[in-house]
Design a protein around this ligand. Structure first.
Ligand SMILES: *Cc1c(COP(=O)(O)O)cnc(C)c1O
Length: 357
């Protein structure tokens, strides 16, 4: 399919941010977006890159009522020599389609996704910030747009990609997070849509997250919804514990988001010769290891931060310091190695990096 490109007139272009230390996350959008429509019977049609604009959306559009709404999160990175890289984009594209299948939405041709993404990022390349740790965040989104009430899969969808220049996650260096183990509320249940980047999952997480914030914690550590015994994820990131010499992360049981960073951490740690287990990890085992002093590291993984060290865990009225509140060596090493691969500063033995310019 041909992607039509209609660029904004020079007078329509936005002012680019000048102070990259003030970028923050998710508040600034570039001049253009990629958009393509789906109609049952016709398939995907009318792909274009156009000036960023509001969407025409009927008040009865099904995404506004029944939640067929999915998204992805990925980044474009600028190297020191001005090369532009993506990180494992095929995994995000496959995950978008896995989410689409589970929510009975239209899947998208991976080549069209990739072409739209690449052309858009290249058109907006001057928006990719330059300072260390900054990047261009990419948000592919798909929404059900059929105008109809009544619960059934929509016959029409919009797929679009918007871009945000984002600041460095750790401008002042690593800061360990305090996490709150939620016993009352759960994020997702096996058999549900926890493995999808489906909008409703995030709405469902807000209540517990607000409660944790009011109590002074950064994130919620979610437990499994059935026994409330095993750790699942932290906030919108995957979780890892290094206990003795075993790096442990929960298995992809259906309620956990299969993070691209999670998979990269697992591969990299195995490449270094570490023992990595994808297995159930209970709070009992964690508290036991804490009592024995064998928790050597704990971190969350995700595209936004790469890895984020956990300094403290709150569970059943008690606080447990991890590794005496110090940032683990493994967290630091993973952060540096993955970041250097993403920014083209190091060989990429895994073939993760995709150079687009
Ligand atoms: C996006 C996300 C992650 C992390 O996935 P990455 O691909 O590593 O960014 C983990 N958990 C949840 C719930 C998420 O939404």
């Amino acid at each position: 399919m041909e992607i039509k490109i209609r660029t904004a007139a020079p007078g329509q272009m936005k002012q680019k941010p000048t102070d990259e230390s003030q970028l923050g996350f998710g508040g600034i959008f570039t001049d253009h977006f990629f958009i393509v429509e789906y109609t049952e019977g016709t398939g995907w049609h009318d792909a274009s890159i156009e000036p960023y604009r509001p969407l025409p959306l009927d008040p009865a559009a099904m995404c506004l009522h029944y939640g067929q709404l999915i998204f992805e999160g990925m980044k474009a990175y600028r190297g020191k020599d001005n090369s532009i890289y993506l990180f494992r984009p095929d995994m995000n594209i496959a995950r978008m389609n896995a989410s689409a299948e589970r929510l009975v939405m239209a899947t998208i041709d991976p080549d069209l996704f990739k072409e739209g993404l690449t052309k858009l990022v290249l058109l907006e390349k001057d928006w990719i910030p330059r300072s260390s740790g900054t990047s261009l965040y990419i948000r592919p989104t798909m929404a059900a747009t059929e105008k109809a009430l009544g619960v059934h899969p929509s016959s029409e969808y919009l797929f679009y990609i918007i871009l945000c220049p984002v600041g460095a996650y750790y401008p002042q260096g690593f800061s360990p997070t305090k996490i709150y183990v939620s016993e009352e509320f759960v994020r997702a249940v096996r058999g549900g849509v926890g493995y999808c980047k489906a909008a409703g999952n995030y709405a469902a997480s807000l209540y517990a997250a607000e409660k944790a914030k009011k109590m002074g914690y950064t994130q919620v550590l979610w437990l499994d919804a059935v026994e409330k015994k095993y750790v699942e994820e932290v906030g919108t990131s995957n979780i890892f514990f290094l206990i003795d010499d075993e790096l442990i992360t929960p298995p992809l049981s259906g309620s956990i988001l299969p993070g691209v960073t999670r998979e990269s951490v697992i591969q990299m740690a195995r490449h270094w010769g570490m023992t990595v287990s994808e297995r159930p990890l209970s709070m009992d085992e964690i508290l036991d290891a804490h009592a024995k002093g064998t928790i050597r590291d704990c971190f969350a993984s995700g595209t936004a931060a790469i890895v984020s060290p956990v300094g403290q865990i709150y569970f059943k009225g008690k606080e447990y310091a991890i590794n005496n509140g110090e940032i683990g060596e493994l967290t630091k090493r993973l952060y540096n190695e993955i970041l250097q691969i993403q920014y083209g500063e190091k060989d990429d033995p895994f073939g993760w990096r995709v150079k687009i310019a």
